[in-house]
Design a protein around this ligand. Structure first.
Ligand SMILES: [Zn+2]
Ligand SMILES: [Zn+2]
Length: 445
């Protein structure tokens, strides 16, 4: 699939996959050098009104505040909202409350000027105020620019709140290229994680009959190809490289919009990243960025897939399988212990279909064994860990959980329990169904 550009506007072809549930998002995304000057024109074309609030953080305001407010205030009745924070801004109740109190009722629209956190806060605030928002991106660091979900923090609990996507997205490569190198790796890692998301989705189609949309898979494949075929350009942070990375992130974001959920772009590699973030927050420590965590988790998921798909002579005799985690009381105890009381309770309440019944578990395990050779060939696109590591080495990125501050026990717990974060099917659930989860985890760490 080749997206087109018309006057810097990214256009994806209409889906012809026949799925009856798709939504074509009405979001207008512009990518190019020096586009910030055109921000008022792009915004006016798609959003009515003049009274607007620019939401940003201290650091970005210091770097670009003068320039951007100068450009926007020529056309709009603009005010600026910078939620105060100690250290990096977090998408928490303090920051959200601050924005809601700063923005006046007769505001026509909001503008997010930033990357992940700023967009998540602005998207949620705008949705609750019933006003549209525009997004002016500052880094190619995550795929959430066009998301309809705001991952927010309620205490240490990461919760995904429904919100809206930006009506206009403006990505000035001259600004985005200046983002720190670790944000480039974060974006790259978030895209590379799609290998696992794609594999788990296809695996789900074999085991639990999930519907897989070929159009969304094509969007994800295009994103992976953009990153891999422009690796050197991304490494050198050229305009071409950063454009490819950003386009890849937007394409996977669009895949989620079209599919009306994050299935095309997030699975257990994201669960692991969320797990690390929540556990670090609970300890009052800093955590790796979203994309960095996803990129590193992907390495372990690739190892995990390799081991599972190579297994021979799996025996699915009811009497030989461990059953503890299929007992709701035991499962509840484990989840409360591993996630803590508040997060754990919300996981248990949020996934009422888990654990699956004993019969269903046996059915799934038997399907896997029966279809193993078909599954192996359907997932033969999965790269080796060493291939992905060779990309990370070029980007001078971290290569292990330890190198992003994740200790051995947090790595092991994520590999064993991140799969329970949501009921979305993934290969770690397959391994548990087969009774080989702990064996594989022990063999890869
Ligand atoms: Zn992501
Ligand atoms: Zn489809």
């Amino acid at each position: 699939m080749k997206p087109e550009y018309i006057n810097n506007k990214l256009i994806i072809p209409k889906p012809e996959c026949g799925c009856d549930y798709h939504i074509m998002p009405e979001t207008n995304l512009y990518i190019g050098d020096g586009l910030i000057k055109k921000a008022p024109e792009y915004i006016k074309e798609h959003i009515k009104g003049s009274k607007c609030v620019l939401v940003t953080d201290d650091n970005l305001y210091g770097l670009f505040g003068k320039k951007i407010t100068g450009i926007l205030s020529q056309e709009f009745d603009l005010s600026v909202c910078i939620p105060p924070s100690k250290g990096a801004l977090k998408p928490n109740t303090d920051a959200l409350g601050y924005i809601m109190m700063e923005v006046e009722l007769d505001t026509d629209f909001l503008i997010a000027f930033g990357s992940g956190t700023i967009n998540d806060l602005t998207r949620y605030a705008a949705a609750n105020m019933g006003v549209p928002f525009a997004s002016i991106g500052t880094a190619a660091s995550m795929d959430g620019y066009v998301s309809v979900i705001s991952p927010m923090l309620k205490g240490n609990l990461k919760i995904n709140k429904p919100a809206g996507y930006p009506v206009v997205g403006i990505y000035d490569l001259e600004i985005i290229r200046t983002a720190p190198a670790e944000m480039v790796f974060a974006g790259f890692g978030d895209v590379i994680g799609k290998y696992i998301a794609k594999a788990d989705w296809i695996l789900g189609s074999y085991i639990i009959d999930e519907h897989v949309c070929p159009y969304c898979i094509e969007l994800v494949d295009s994103a992976l190809d953009l990153c891999e075929s422009n690796l050197v350009e991304i490494q050198n942070r050229t305009s071409k490289g950063i454009k490819a990375l950003l386009e890849a992130l937007l394409l996977t974001g669009l895949a989620m919009l079209v599919n009306t959920n994050s299935r095309p772009a997030a699975s257990n590699e994201h669960n692991m990243g969320h797990y690390w973030e929540m556990m670090k927050l609970a300890q009052g420590k800093t955590h790796p960025s979203h994309g960095e965590a996803v990129g590193i988790a992907t390495l372990y998921c690739l190892d995990f897939y390799k081991k599972l798909l190579a297994m021979e002579n799996l025996s699915i005799e009811s009497g030989n399988l461990p059953w503890d985690t299929y007992n709701p009381d035991i499962r509840e105890k484990i989840i409360l212990e591993k996630y803590g009381l508040i997060v754990g309770r919300s996981i248990i309440d949020g996934n009422p279909g888990e654990p699956v019944s004993k019969d269903e578990r046996l059915r799934r395990a038997n399907v896997f064994v029966a279809k193993l050779s078909e599954i192996r060939s359907a997932l033969s696109f999965l790269p080796s860990r060493s291939k992905i590591e060779s990309y990370y080495i070029k980007l001078q990125a971290p290569l292990s959980a330890e190198s992003i501050g994740i200790e051995h026990n947090l790595l092991k717990d994520a590999l064993l329990y991140a799969k329970d974060y949501r009921d979305r099917y993934n290969v770690f659930k397959t391994a548990e169904e087969l009774g080989v989860l702990e064996t594989i985890v022990d063999s890869i760490i």
